[in-house]
Write a new protein. Structure first.
Length: 168
């Protein structure tokens, strides 16, 4: 184990965590959402009322789950794409179109990060809290910049893998 670290290789555990970070967090978020939804169904059935706070938690988990899922999709390369030009001109598609689409994706995500940070600043300045739980609303909005950074990392990673595949 020590010799691996000296050679500059990552620990297999750290590599596995990095490779499956979004999926692991997604599993936890889905379990939380399912648990609260089940709890809400049970309370509605037995006492005819639901917990309003559970809906708030479910929505917050869904926003986080969406951003984490988008990052996982970029890592796996499963997002929809227009492959006609790439198939028609394989070298041009790999050498020009793929990097161009990566740059455009990163620019779009940077805009999303920028505006979500602006929104977070406003929420903090105005001291906006959620209705049921009365917690700061920016905790939910934080999913946008965090997820955006993960998406950018995964886009860069996918672009790097495509270049390595093309040069091999």
């Amino acid at each position: 184990m020590i010799s691996r670290r000296r050679q500059g290789q990552n620990s297999p555990v750290i590599k596995k965590i990095y490779e499956n970070l979004e999926e692991a967090a997604g599993v936890v978020l889905l379990a939380v959402m399912a648990g609260f939804a089940f709890l809400n169904v049970i309370t509605r059935y037995f006492i005819q009322y639901s917990f309003s706070s559970t809906e708030e938690i479910e929505v917050a988990c869904l926003v986080w789950l969406t951003m984490l899922g988008a990052a996982a999709g970029f890592r796996r390369g499963v997002h929809l794409g227009f492959d006609l030009l790439k198939m028609r001109f394989p070298n041009f598609g790999r050498n020009v179109l793929f990097p161009l689409s990566s740059v455009m994706t990163i620019a779009t995500i940077c805009y999303i990060i920028w505006f979500s940070v602006v929104q977070m600043k406003d929420e903090i300045a105005l001291n906006i809290t959620t209705e049921a739980l009365n917690i700061p609303h920016w905790w939910y909005t934080l999913s946008m910049p965090v997820g955006g950074v993960l998406i950018i990392l995964r886009v860069i990673e996918a672009t790097w893998k495509e270049f390595k595949k093309g040069s091999a």
